[in-house]
Design a protein around this ligand. Structure first.
Ligand SMILES: Nc1ncnc2c1ncn2[C@@H]1O[C@H](COP(=O)(O)OP(=O)(O)OP(=O)(O)O)[C@@H](O)[C@H]1O
Ligand SMILES: [Mg+2]
Length: 246
């Protein structure tokens, strides 16, 4: 569905992505891992058209047609079925929950919107209770749910999720991850950026680990979770801890 080939991206004077090769197949959950500043957010911003590659290709294949994302503006990319749920749950605090959700559907014709709102309230019941409240008055976890639901209102085929667990209590993180599984079951492919490598590798089919803007490791999530390099650097399990677990 999505193919990145040899992607080089610069932000100001610095190169932030170096020859990124990455694939997401229809129906997959793919995790994108890496330490702070590795280039995870920059990768998502490039896919959604908010950063432009200096070299390489970013293509989306839909119904047998290939689209060169680097030539399209962000609205056209949303129109093709790619939704980006940004880092830091950027909801519109001065607008209600319902208004935020309607904004997510702004590129669609209005016909299916009421049904999709109901679907979002089914996925996140707390948003139904808060529908008339201001988004700025929701808790951190509720704002995250609203940000995900708003992205889903564009009926994406591919959802780009940037750090959905950041700053949330463990119980809420579990809930969000369960919802990501449901989102995939409903037919949306997911590219998930996460700092919580342990949880992401449990959920994902495959994963990529970025380091300094380049792909450092990639593979099946289960093999990466067992890889000593991943365990030490990203799961916080040193050699001694690994022995203790085994
Ligand atoms: N607006 C910006 N202008 C210039 N450079 C930036 C900007 N935002 C990020 N960078 C740099 O780009 C590189 C990659 O950052 P990016 O945000 O993609 O990493 P990340 O993996 O998402 O990190 P984090 O885990 O902290 O979210 C870093 O070196 C960062 O300092
Ligand atoms: Mg980031």
């Amino acid at each position: 569905m999505l193919t990145l080939e040899g992607l080089d991206v610069w932000r100001g004077p610095s190169q932030v992505l170096r020859g990124i090769d990455l694939q997401v197949r229809a129906g997959e959950i793919v995790a994108l891992l890496g330490t702070n500043g590795a280039g995870k957010t920059s990768t998502l911003l490039t896919i959604s058209g908010q950063l432009r590659p200096r070299a390489g290709r970013s293509t989306l294949e839909i119904d047998g047609r290939r689209h060169d994302l680097a030539k399209l503006d962000p609205a056209a990319i949303v129109g093709l079925g790619v939704a980006h749920c940004p880092e830091g749950r950027q909801v519109f605090g001065g607008m209600t929950v319902l208004e935020n959700l309607r904004l997510g559907a702004y590129l669609r014709d209005a016909a299916g919107v009421p049904a999709d709102l109901e679907a979002m309230f089914g996925l996140f019941p707390i948003l139904a209770e808060r529908r008339s409240g201001l988004a700025g008055q929701l808790s951190g976890g509720e704002q995250m749910m609203l940000a995900i639901a708003r992205a889903l209102m564009s009926r994406p085929r591919l959802l780009l999720l940037d750090e959905p667990s950041l700053g949330l209590a463990p119980q809420l993180v579990e809930q969000i991850f369960t919802t990501i599984e449901e989102i995939r079951a409903n037919g949306t492919t997911v590219l998930l950026v996460e700092q919580n490598a342990a949880l992401a590798l449990e959920l994902a089919d495959r994963a990529y680990v970025l380091e300094s803007g380049a792909v450092h490791l990639e593979g099946q999530a289960s093999s990466l979770a067992a890889d000593p390099r991943v365990r030490e650097a990203y799961l916080g399990l040193g050699p001694t801890a690994v022995e203790a677990v085994l």
